[in-house]
Design a protein around this ligand. Structure first.
Ligand code: C2E
Ligand code: CA
Ligand code: CA
Length: 643
């Protein structure tokens, strides 16, 4: 039921009730007023009767006192003229005196009313009205204590009937006018009430379907809009025009980091700016919805695939422009995924889910935007299945560690290894961390998983130590692990349990992750350092944090991300970046590790830049623990590394 239906229903009900009320009020008014006039009229008539009776009684009294009461024949002395003289409307006058019954006047309209006689007989003094054949008669009966006579006076009246007819007439007109006045008032009242109701409802509806911060439609709005849109009519329209509806899911990159570090007010400003920008999309008329948090949906109808791609480009471009909030300039970016109706789904849920899958793909590979393709869905379904198997995999110890050597130039001696996890899946075979590590990080098993890896690595270190190999192991730590209150104590317990010197363990945290909450990172790093373990910043150069933060972190190594090494030889800009990074690290007193070294040229370049610790396929891929040992012996490692 829509708001309009509701309000028109309410209006009808109000109107009906008001008219009914008006009718009842008018009827009561007529009834009361008419009865009041009638009662008043009757009372006046009876009063008049009483006066006449008194006059007649006085006359009879005089007659009786002037004659011999025993022998007097009253009928001779009192005649009908007297009665007529008193009042023309008298229709009956009877006197009872000393066994005489004198009928002074008996008109047709009176003519011995049986009822009246009965009424009179029951009382000694009385008065009242009686209606017979539409004639209203007023009677008064009086028994005098002096002279012992009784008089019955009966009178009809035209005045009252006329007055009542007049009152009835006037009252009807008044009632009629009152009725219409009330109806009119009811109409106005119901219109006013309905209007207020509609206004209130419209406000409520707006609040329920719009986002307060940005003023954009919200999730509820989108669903309502889609419900209307996917009606048969619209579906046919698409078939006729061979056009598509494109649904874009837009997610802000690193919004959480900005919110956490700069505060929610800045986050809100950022969201408002993005909302404004999305509303200013030029290429096509669009509908922008804030779907929740930092996620927006753009709805664009009647578009083809090329136009949809151009629109995605425009969205990415618009949102990439720096945003100035209170003097701080933010470099923002968004990841956009989109799907088409009817080709990628027929229902809103499906379209959103598919656009979401595409958006995650865009985010993961930093593509900016990605259109939904069926194979993405299969991959995402595969990941959903994996997510459901995480707990079992942990319980059954399906996660194993491979180790990638870190070597020291120029001799290329192995000075340590980085533990890299693999999932020995019973059905899918050996799965690489890219496939599942983010699933773990988003799951409730993230702490349990890291403790498991740490325990495995420390245990391996013990094994090697027992074989006379002193091989430091680096373990990757997820940013979420910094929030684990038991991380430090667990690590300490394990090191004691396996009797492994703390400096044999190194923890790698990605630069971006370590910047999420700098205070927390400093706090945890301080505790880890106190424990004696080595610390490294991983993937340095990829994050969006300020270099100033790096200074505050007490770490031993900085691992330069592979993306800087790839084009080091060919791209002079990469070389320039590397040089400045080396200068910075040297100034801060940190050791540099270059990751992803694949070629001799890269090695030579790194050497020339003063970087001696390297890691990459050029030296070794990640290998099993047994292969590490084989490698050590094959390499005839320096005594420093073998006891
Ligand atoms: P990462 O820490 O940057 O690890 C280095 C990755 O680069 C490894 O991929 C390694 O195999 C690869 N790599 C090393 N040298 C080369 C090279 O010369 N060329 C190329 N193309 N690649 C090279 P891997 O093992 O697939 O690990 C990927 C990421 O998964 C790791 O990146 C790390 O962030 C994460 N990861 C691995 N194990 C763990 C773990 O136990 N815990 C956590 N939290 N993350 C882990
Ligand atoms: Ca690493
Ligand atoms: Ca790395």
């Amino acid at each position: 039921m829509t708001i309009t239906d509701l309000s028109s229903g309410l209006r009808n009900r109000l109107l009906f009730t008001s008219v009914a009320l008006a009718m009842v009020v008018s009827t009561i008014f007529i009834y009361v007023a008419f009865n009041l006039s009638q009662d008043l009229g009757e009372s006046l008539e009876l009063d008049h009767n009483e006066h006449l009776l008194q006059a007649l009684s006085q006359h009879i009294q005089d007659e009786i006192s002037s004659v011999d009461t025993k022998n007097v024949n009253l009928s001779e002395n009192i005649n009908a003229d007297l009665v007529r003289h008193l009042d023309l409307d008298i229709v009956g006058a009877e006197i009872w005196f000393n066994n005489q019954h004198i009928k002074l006047k008996v008109d047709d309209s009176y003519n011995k009313q049986v009822d009246l006689v009965a009424a009179v007989n029951s009382k000694k003094t009385a008065q009242g009205t009686i209606t017979k054949d539409d004639t209203r008669l007023f009677w008064s009966y009086h028994t005098s204590p002096v002279g012992k006579y009784s008089i019955l006076l009966v009178r009809k009246t035209h005045a009252l009937d006329k007055a009542l007819a007049l009152a009835k007439n006037r009252l009807s007109i008044t009632a009629f006018l009152t009725f219409w006045l009330l109806v009119w008032a009811a109409l106005i009242l119901s219109a006013l009430v309905t209007k207020r109701f509609e206004q209130g409802n419209a406000r409520l509806h707006y609040l329920a379907t719009h986002d307060v911060l940005t003023g954009l439609g919200n999730r509820a709005y989108l669903y309502q809009y889609a419900q209307h849109y996917f009606s048969a009519e619209q579906v046919n329209k698409h078939k006729e025009h061979h056009t598509l509806l494109a649904l874009y899911v837009i997610d802000l990159d690193k919004f959480k980091d900005i919110n956490d570090t700069m505060g929610h007010l800045t986050g809100d400003e950022l969201l408002k700016t993005i909302a404004d920008r999305l509303n200013k999309v030029q290429q096509w008329p669009v509908k922008v919805i804030r779907f929740g948090g930092d996620e927006f949906v753009v709805w664009c109808d009647g578009i083809n695939e090329q136009q949809a791609v151009a629109l995605a480009e425009e969205i990415v471009h618009l949102c990439r422009q720096p945003i100035d909030i209170n003097g701080y300039v933010f470099e923002t970016s968004v990841s956009v995924g989109f799907s088409f109706y009817p080709t990628s789904g027929l229902r809103l849920d499906t379209l959103l889910k598919n656009a979401d899958i595409a958006m995650y793909q865009a985010k993961k590979h930093r593509l900016g935007f990605q259109v939904f393709q069926q194979e993405l869905f299969s991959r995402s379904e595969f990941r959903v299945n994996l997510r459901g198997q995480l707990n079992k995999a942990l319980m059954q110890r399906q996660f194993i560690l491979h180790y990638q050597p870190k070597v020291l130039l120029p001799d290329k001696n192995m000075i340590g290894v980085e533990a890299l996890v693999r999932w020995q899946h019973p059905k899918e075979g050996l799965l690489m961390p890219q496939v599942f590590i983010d699933l773990i990080e988003q799951s409730m098993f993230v702490h349990e998983f890291t403790r498991y890896v740490l325990q495995q690595a420390i245990c391996q270190c013990r094994c090697w130590l027992d074989s006379g190999i002193e091989m430091p192991i680096a373990v990757n730590i997820s940013p979420y692990n910094l929030m684990d209150p038991k991380l430090v104590s667990y690590l300490s317990e394990m090191l004691i349990h396996y009797q492994v010197p703390p400096h044999m363990l190194e923890l790698e945290l990605t630069e971006n992750a370590s910047m999420v909450n700098i205070d927390k990172t400093i706090e945890v790093f301080g505790k880890l350092r106190a424990l004696g373990v080595k610390l490294a910043i991983d993937d340095f150069g990829t994050g969006m944090s300020s270099l100033a933060y790096i200074k505050q972190l007490d770490v031993d190594y900085i691992k330069i991300d592979r993306s800087f090494i790839v084009d080091l030889v060919t791209d002079q800009r990469d070389e320039a970046v590397m040089v400045s990074m080396f200068v910075l690290c040297q100034k801060l007193g940190k050791l540099i590790v270059a990751e992803g070294v694949e070629t001799i040229e890269q090695e030579t370049k790194l050497k020339s830049l003063g970087c001696n610790i390297v890691q990459g396929y050029l030296y070794s891929r990640p290998i099993s623990a047994q292969d590490v040992v084989k490698g050590i012996y094959k390499q005839q490692m320096e005594p420093r590394y073998v006891r």
